[in-house]
Ligand binder design. Structure first.
Ligand code: FPP
Length: 231
C-alpha cells in the first residue's frame, strides 16, 4: 500500500539553467560570455543524462518574459540558438537523440524558427532519447491556450494534457534549478504537479557533471508518494 515504486533513474529531467549572467559578471565578462559557457555546460549535461539512462531532458532556454531583455543580450542568445540548432543537430542525430522545441515560435526571428524545424527534421528518427528545448515558452500562456482550445468542452486531466505543447512527453520526474533561486518561473507548471524539485546554489556554467550526479543520487533517495500514504 501507499508509496509508488519509482525507478532510481528519473525518466524525465527538466533543468532551469539559471545564473549565466551572474557567472559572467563575477568574471568581469559580458553576459553573452555567460550564455556561451552555459551552452557548453548544457551540451555536456544533456549527454551525461542520456548516458545514465534518462529518456527525456527538457531545458529552459528562453521564457516569454526573457524576450523583454535588452536587445544586445537577446541577439547574443539568438546567435547561440542559430549556432546550436544548425551545427549541433547533426551530432544529436548521430547519437540517436531526437530534439524538439516547445514555446511560441512566432515570437522568434523567422530564421531561428526555420533552424529549429531543420533540427527537428534532422533528428526525428532518434530513439535513444528526446531533448526538449523550451524557447519563448511560458507555462501560463500554454495553459490558457489549451483552455481556449477547449471552447467549453469538458475533458479529463489526460485530455487536457494532450492539448499542451508537451503532449506525448511524460511529466518530469526531477526538476533542477541552478543559480540559487527557488521558484519555477513559469516553467512546466501543469506538468510538474508531482515533480521532485532540486535547487543548487551553483551558477549554471559551474554546475558540473558531478553536481548533476549528486542531484540524481538525491532523487533516488526521495520517497515519491504522489499524495498517498507512505509505506
Ligand atoms: C538564465 O540565466 C539563462 C538564460 C535566460 C538562457 C539560457 C541559455 C543557455 C544556457 C544557452 C543557449 C541555449 C541553447 C538552446 C543553444 P540568467 O541570464 O538569467 O542569469 P542571471 O540570473 O545570473 O542573470
Amino acid at each position: 500500500m501507499g508509496g509508488e515504486k519509482t525507478s532510481v533513474i528519473p525518466r524525465h529531467v527538466a533543468i532551469i539553467m539559471d545564473g549565466n549572467g551572474r557567472w559572467a559578471k563575477k568574471r568581469f565578462l559580458p553576459r553573452s560570455a555567460g550564455h556561451r559557457a552555459g551552452m557548453e555546460r548544457m551540451i555536456a549535461l544533456s549527454e551525461c543524462l542520456f548516458r545514465h539512462g534518462v529518456s527525456f531532458v527538457t531545458l529552459y532556454a528562453l521564457s516569454t518574459e526573457n524576450l523583454s531583455r535588452p536587445e544586445a543580450e537577446l541577439s547574443a542568445l539568438f546567435s547561440l540558438f542559430r549556432e546550436y540548432f544548425t551545427q549541433y543537430a547533426g551530432r544529436l542525430a548521430e547519437t540517436g537523440i531526437r530534439m524538439t522545441v516547445i514555446g511560441d515560435r512566432s515570437l522568434l526571428p523567422a530564421d531561428i524558427a526555420e533552424k529549429i524545424a531543420y533540427g527537428e527534421e534532422k533528428t526525428k528518427n532518434g530513439t535513444r532519447g528526446t531533448l526538449v528545448f523550451a524557447v519563448a515558452y511560458g507555462a501560463r500562456q500554454e495553459i490558457v491556450q489549451a483552455a481556449n482550445a477547449l471552447g467549453g468542452r469538458h475533458v479529463s486531466e489526460e485530455g487536457f494534457s494532450s492539448l499542451l505543447s508537451t503532449r506525448g512527453i511524460p511529466d518530469p520526474d526531477l526538476l533542477i534549478r541552478t543559480g540559487g533561486e527557488m521558484r519555477l518561473s513559469n516553467f512546466l507548471l501543469w506538468q510538474s504537479a508531482y515533480t521532485e524539485l532540486y535547487f543548487s546554489k551553483k551558477m549554471f556554467p559551474d554546475f558540473s557533471d558531478r553536481d548533476l550526479l549528486r542531484a540524481l543520487k538525491e532523487y533516488a533517495r526521495r520517497d515519491r508518494r504522489f499524495g498517498k500514504v507512505g509505506q
